[in-house]
Write a protein that binds this ligand. Sequence first.
Ligand code: AMP
Length: 440
Amino acid sequence: MNDMTFLDLGLPAGLVSVINKAGFTTPKPIQEQAIPVQLEGRDVLGIAQTGSGKTAAFGLPLITGLIAEGGRSLPKAPRGLVLAPTRELAVQIEETLRTFLRGSGLTTVLVFGGVPRRPQVNKLARGADIVVATPGRLKELLDTKCLTLAETRWLVLDEADRMLDMGFIRDVRRIVKATASNRRTALFSATMDPDVAELANGLLRDPVRIDVAPQGTTIEAIRQELLPTPGGSKRGRLANVLKGDDVTRAIVFTRTKRSADRVAKNLTTDGFAVAAIHGNKSQNARQSALRGFRDGKISVLVATDIAARGNDIPMISHVINYELPDEPDSYVHRIGRTGRNGATGAALTLFDPGERAKLKAIEKLIRKAIPLAEGEIELPQEDTKKSPDEGGRTKSRNRNRKPRRPSARSGRGRPARGQKRAEKGRAGAGSAPASMTPSV
Ligand code: AMP
């Protein structure tokens, strides 16, 4: 149980009250670790995944610094700068920071390419305290003197590994050079390899290193796919999936204990070696199930989210979401059970269209759409009983695309270099994703 509050981390009461109202009451691990050291003025090197809570981890110290300093930034001379690789990420960061800035009188501006420059230039000219930008457009505006970074004393680089993958290194270096020499810098990256380390070395002064990435796994390394399956067909579908040649050890996640028991019973009837673990099982029963799973006597573990926490679950080939969790964080927890130690991991979701709201929340958290598996088509929302081959209409998701095999890094659209990076980042023994707060 985590009793820490944002006040304990040293943030000012006014700001804490604003973030509490926004639903941030308990700090996430990365926030607990990164906020106090930044408030002391230290640089930070953070190894953290999407969804770990890193926006608040760098945003709150930045805002605290601006509030403590008082006043407003001069026209064209922001005091805070956050660099992000993509427009989507920049939009999300800016939205979050704007929420935190409520009532402070401080302002933000978004700067990214592909849209007219004029509105961004005008906003900068009026004076913005924090710029959230992608590197390309920001460099352009810097070169054309639409802004100066001479007053920028708080600098954040988010998803630095992706910025490198996307070829932004020269723009980033140029931008960083233009910032104030007495700046404080925070750099976040999902993976740490020599390229990122070299960039960090050049930018950070005696940084505090904070690592909350799930050890030995990266979300990018896991093949995530949707298998549209109406609720009534999930039993048969699950059995078929589990019969796949590549399924060596699988965890099937259910939303409730009752469902876990039912699924385990059905699978046993269908001839699988199964055990269920959930909150109603005794510690002994859980230990014995895990032992059986580890020894290979049991090939399928059916679990609720609460039971699947902890470090003692061995390497598995497949995570199967029989039902999506209520809390999006739990999805990340679940899939982090596979793809460890360099093994290929697959996370398959038997998706009933009635679960669409949950899927959307998860996709928002992980900032990508989970693709349909090869040959799959989307089921209509209205009639979840009828599968398409029974005459149900099909709609949307990959509507204009031929069903295709998603890449090994499913739908991530990341260049080969990034894939290698993801692989490199997967060395080491597995442990629970420290960055997520499980829901149950
Ligand atoms: P981030 O990694 O910053 O994009 O955060 C991932 C998600 O977690 C976002 O939806 C945030 O709103 C949420 N979040 C981050 N920190 C907290 C917190 N301390 N309490 C509740 N939600 C949080």
